[in-house]
Ligand binder design. Structure first.
Ligand code: NAD
Length: 485
């Protein structure tokens, strides 16, 4: 059974119930996560609280030194980390390596904290009076992570928080905690003082203990929309800062002038990459007009059939399994209900997968998707391509904006005017032009709109400094003593 990491020590959880950590490619149980509770959270928070005064007083240039060392250690261990991700999550080694790279970029960007957290100063706001604003760390922060990016998502938060002088508690997904444990082992090697960074394991009880703990200043959450809402309201009611990133339904619009040989594979990769288990995954492809629909359908159907599904550890695998049998059953159920509602089955990814070990689905391609269908409205989080048609760009934009979600949307076109109109009118907050997964990099900030994001300050990049610091303004007036000078 895995352990919590509290005050620099791997410590047994108080939780007695466990959740299996399963390799989704084989169904094999590889470890167990204890379902901790408020006692575990409190122990971690007290360690973080005790570490805060000394860490806050550590100059920022010294605070980022362990992060510089972590970057080097993560580069050296990148292959091992990627393998660990594939073992506990199922995505391919190439996909896993991409997410490790993104995790490393968070560390690199957080190393810029000496510049990022500089304040402002203005002389003579009134005669002889100066004013300055400094950005001050606040204390203990916490984050709660989802299953789909075991290395990257937790690292959207804690490198920035600790570089800014806060101390931290992370709760990884109970389904995929092993990669983050490896990262913590590297962080210990990098020489981070005890108590600055802590880890607790568990599920709802642990999350609720974090959201209500009086000594936690702010909470970051990434996961499904219902839990994101719950974390947002519970933490805000307890007086905390909150940034809560939820689920998604990401539309991709194809104009007839798009470069179809690029648009089709880019859209397909967006949808089936990581077996569709990405909050930035494309879902419904809205083709503008018959010509675009025909061009995209032909290409996607042919390519989807050629995707090689299997164990992500094997080099010729294009797509790994989904996370669990429950996820597989849920996705199959959504496909069936879409067919019952009138969708056409162009490629059936449910065929030939039940004899494979693990939780495999092949890519499914559905045509004739209309806005009122369940599958056009709800997040699938699986490898299902939904093909649809709109009569005009404005009709497509209206469909995109009718979704309660607002994570990302993409337009494929060669027209600057169409691109400009699209970006100006759509409501999601992370936009792509001819890009399948327009995920902001570490030095930009990440977060959607509407039901995909609850809060005001987004994750990583410059926004992280706003989230992890309190602005303190001081106004100085010094009376001149003319007897001395
Ligand atoms: P999830 O909501 O089931 O779990 C996320 C976290 O919340 C886990 O740590 C889990 O232990 C905890 N949790 C689960 N149920 C809870 C409850 N009832 N009360 C309190 N805590 C609870 O999400 P998941 O299945 O792990 O991840 C997939 C979801 O995450 C998808 O909806 C995906 O779109 C979303 N996601 C969003 C982003 C984003 O940036 N917006 C990024 C990655 C994933």
């Amino acid at each position: 059974m895995i352990k919590n990491f509290i005050n620099g020590q791997w410590t047994a959880s108080t939780g007695r119930d466990t959740v299996d950590i399963v390799n989704p490619a084989t169904g094999e149980i590889i470890n167990k996560t204890p379902m901790g509770g408020s006692a575990d959270v409190d122990a971690a928070v007290q360690a973080a609280r005790a570490a805060f005064p000394a860490w806050r007083q550590t100059p920022v240039i010294d605070r980022v030194q362990p992060l510089f060392r972590l970057k080097t250690l993560m580069e050296a261990a990148a292959g091992d980390l990627a393998k660990q991700i594939t073992l506990e999550h199922g995505k391919t080694l190439t996909e896993a390596m991409g997410s490790v790279r993104r995790g490393i970029q968070m560390v690199e960007t957080a190393c810029g904290m000496p510049t990022m957290m500089m304040g402002d100063i203005l002389e003579d706001i009134a005669p002889g009076i100066d004013s300055q604003a400094v950005r001050r760390p606040m204390g203990v922060f916490a984050a709660i992570a989802p299953f789909n990016f075991p290395a990257m998502v937790p690292m959207w938060f804690w490198p920035f928080a600790i570089a800014a002088g806060n101390t931290f508690v992370i709760k990884p997904s109970e389904r995929v905690p092993l990669t983050q444990i490896k990262v913590f082992e590297l962080m210990v090697e990098a020489g981070l003082p005890a108590g600055v960074l802590n880890m607790v394991h568990g599920g709802k009880e642990t999350v609720d203990a974090i959201c209500t703990h009086p000594d936690i200043k702010g909470v970051s959450f990434v996961g499904s929309t219902p839990v994101a809402k719950h974390v947002y309201t519970t933490s805000a009611t307890a007086g905390k800062r909150v940034q809560s990133l939820g689920g998604a339904k990401n539309f991709m619009v194809v104009m007839p002038d798009a470069v179809m040989d690029k648009a089709a594979p880019t859209a397909l990769e967006s949808i089936i990459g990581c077996a569709g288990e990405r909050c930035m995954a494309g879902s419904v492809v809205i083709n503008v007009g018959d010509e675009a629909e025909q061009a995209i359908t032909e290409r996607i159907v042919a390519s989807a059939k050629a995707i090689r599904v299997g164990d992500g550890l094997l080099p010729d695998t294009d797509m790994g399994p989904v996370i669990s049998q429950a996820a597989k059953d849920r996705i199959k159920g959504m496909i069936q209900r879409a067919l019952d509602e009138g969708a056409t089955l162009l490629v059936d990814g449910r065929e030939g997968v039940d004899d494979m070990p693990g939780y495999f689905l092949k890519p499914t391609v559905l045509g004739n998707i209309t806005p009122e269908m369940e599958i056009a409205r709800e997040e699938v989080f699986g490898p299902v391509v939904m093909l649809a048609k709109a009569d005009s760009l404005d009709a497509a934009i209206e469909w995109v904006n009718s979704s309660p979600y607002g994570n990302t949307t993409t337009l494929f076109t060669t027209s600057g005017a169409a691109a400009r109109h699209f970006c100006y009118e759509v409501e999601p907050a992370m936009l792509g032009i001819n890009i399948g997964v327009p995920a902001p990099m570490a030095f930009f900030s990440f977060g959607g709109s509407k039901q995909s994001f609850f809060g005001d300050i987004r994750a990583h990049g410059k926004a992280s400094v706003d989230f992890y610091t309190q602005s303190v303004v001081t106004i100085h007036r010094w009376i001149k003593d003319s007897s001395i000078w």
